[in-house]
Design a protein around this ligand. Structure first.
Ligand code: FAD
Ligand code: NAP
Length: 347
C-alpha cells in the first residue's frame, strides 16, 4: 500500500505512555518504505512540520503537535546472515522491542536478554542507545537503515556513524527529525556471554532457584525485577527514567562522599564516576526533611518505588510534569551541586 489516510485532529492519548491528551494536527501510520516515501514527500510539499512516533514511551508532550505525526509501523523480523558463532537479525522499525527480544530468546540468539521488557519500538531503540542492567543496544548493533526526510533517499548507518553514548546518539541530537529509522540489524551471539554484573539480576536468579544459566533465565529475572519495581504505563502514566545518571570526576565524588557517606556511585572505565540519580533525588526534596520520592503535587508526582521515574497519576499536563522536573533539577543542584539532565524527549 502506498497511500495511507491522514487523520485530522487526532488525540495522541493512546500513543504516549505519559498519557497526555494532546492532539496532532495530522496523523498517519506507515507500514512500508514506499508508504513512508510518499508520506514524507507529501508532508514536504505542504511544508508540514513532522513528528516521528514509535511507541511513545520516551516522550513528554507539553503541547499539541501542529504538524504531521507519523507513526512508524514498518513490520518484519528476519535472519539476514549467519555464521558459526553469530547471527544477524534485521527488524522493522515498527516491531515492538520486547517482541524482538522474545524472538531472539526463542531462537537462542544471545545479547539482548538484559534488555527485556523495555517498552517502545525497535526503530527508536538506537535513538537513545537503549540500555539496562549493564547492556546497551550498541553492544550488539550492526547497522540501521534510515530515510532522509528531505529527499527520501535511503542510507545505511553503522555504529560509528551513530555516535552512541550513554542514552545518546546522533539521532537524539543533530539528526533528530532528519532521518526516519526504518530497520535495525543486530549481530547476536549463538554462544551466550552472560552479563549478570548488576546485583539485582544475580539476586533474582538466586531467588528463582536457577542452577543452569540461560538467556531465558536472565530475561525472566529482568522481567520479574522490572515488573516489581517499575510503574506499568497502562496503570500509571510515565516514560521510565526521566533523568540520566550524571557523571562526575573522581575528586568530586570523593568530596560528595565526605558529606554524604551513603551516596551511590559507580566507577567508569574512564575513571569518572556515574552517580545514581535516583539516590540524589531521593535524598533531597521540596522541603526540609521531605523526600521527592513519593512526592505528589496535583497529579504530577515522583514514583514511590523509584525516584528517577516521574509519573502522571491521572490528569497532570505535560507542563505540570515539566515544572516538577525543573524543581527536582534545582533541588539536586542546590543540595549536591550536581546538574541533572533529562533523558526523556520533551516536545
Ligand atoms: P518514542 O517515545 O515514540 O520516540 C522517542 C524519540 O525517538 C522521539 O524523539 C521520536 O521522534 C524518535 N523516534 C521514534 N521512532 C523513530 C524512528 N523510527 N526514526 C527516528 N526517530 C524516531 N529506556 C531505556 O533505555 N532503558 C530502559 O530500561 C527503559 N525502561 C523503560 C521503562 C518504562 C516503564 C518506560 C515507560 C520507558 C522506559 N525506557 C527505557 C524508555 C523507552 O522505552 C525507550 O527509550 C524506547 O526505546 C522508546 O521507544 P518508543 O518507540 O516508545 O519511542
Ligand atoms: P537500580 O538497579 O536501582 O540501580 C540504580 C542505578 O545504579 C542505575 O541507574 C544503574 O545505572 C546504576 N547501577 C546499578 N548497578 C550497577 C552496576 N553494577 N554497575 C554500574 N551501574 C550500576 O536501577 P533501576 O532503576 O532498578 O533500573 C535497572 C536498570 O534498568 C538500569 O540499568 C536502568 O538504567 C534501566 N532502566 C532504565 C529506564 C529508562 O527509562 N531509561 C527505566 C527503568 C530501568 P544505569 O542506569 O546506567 O544502568
Amino acid at each position: 500500500m502506498t497511500h495511507m489516510e491522514w487523520i485530522e485532529n487526532k488525540s495522541l492519548l493512546r500513543h504516549n505512555t505519559f498519557g497526555m491528551d494532546v492532539y496532532a494536527r495530522w496523523f498517519t501510520e506507515v507500514q512500508s518504505e514506499d508508504a513512508l516515501r510518499n508520506t514524507l514527500a507529501r508532508a514536504g510539499d505542504i511544508k508540514s512540520p513532522l513528528f516521528i512516533l514509535g511507541g511513545g514511551s520516551n516522550i513528554l508532550f507539553t503541547k499539541n503537535v501542529d504538524g504531521l505525526v507519523l507513526l512508524n509501523a514498518i513490520p518484519g523480523m528476519d535472519v539476514v546472515q549467519e555464521d558459526e558463532q553469530y547471527v544477524w537479525v534485521k527488524a522493522g522499525a515498527g516491531v515492538r522491542w520486547h517482541q524482538l527480544v522474545e524472538y531472539c530468546i526463542e531462537h537462542g540468539y544471545a545479547g539482548i536478554e538484559n534488555l527485556a521488557l523495555i517498552p517502545g519500538n525497535t526503530g527508536a531503540a538506537p535513538m537513545q542507545n537503549i540500555g539496562a542492567y549493564g547492556v546497551e543496544i550498541k553492544n550488539v548493533f550492526h547497522c540501521l537503515t534510515a530515510m532522509d526526510v528531505q529527499d527520501q533517499l535511503m542510507h545505511t548507518m553503522y555504529a560509528d556513524d551513530c555516535a552512541f553514548g550513554y542514552r545518546e546518539s546522533r539521532f537524539k541530537r543533530e539528526w533528530k527529525n532528519k532521518y526516519v529509522i526504518t530497520s535495525v540489524t543486530l549481530k547476536l551471539n549463538k554462544k551466550p556471554d552472560y552479563n549478570i554484573s548488576y546485583g539485582a539480576i544475580a539476586r533474582e536468579l538466586e531467588n528463582m532457584g536457577v542452577k543452569d544459566l540461560s538467556i531465558r533465565a536472565v530475561a525472566d529475572a529482568v522481567i520479574k525485577i522490572r515488573m516489581g519495581k517499575l510503574p506499568d504505563p497502562a496503570v500509571i502514566g510515565n516514560a521510565g527514567s526521566f533523568f540520566k545518571n550524571p557523571e562526575v570526576s573522581a575528586d568530586t565524588f570523593h568530596a560528595l562522599q565526605e558529606k554524604h557517606q551513603d551516596i551511590v556511585g559507580y566507577i567508569l572505565e574512564t575513571g569518572r564516576v556515574k552517580l545514581a540519580a535516583g539516590w540524589l533525588i531521593e535524598h533531597c526534596g521540596p522541603a526540609e526533611g521531605v523526600s521527592w520520592k513519593g512526592y505528589r503535587k496535583g497529579d504530577a508526582g515522583c514514583h514511590a518505588l523509584q525516584a528517577l521515574v516521574l509519573v502522571n497519576h491521572a490528569h497532570a499536563s505535560g507542563a505540570d510534569i515539566f515544572e516538577l522536573s525543573n524543581r527536582i533539577i534545582e533541588s539536586v543542584q542546590q543540595t549536591f551541586g550536581v546538574a541533572l539532565e533529562r533523558e526523556v524527549n520533551v516536545y
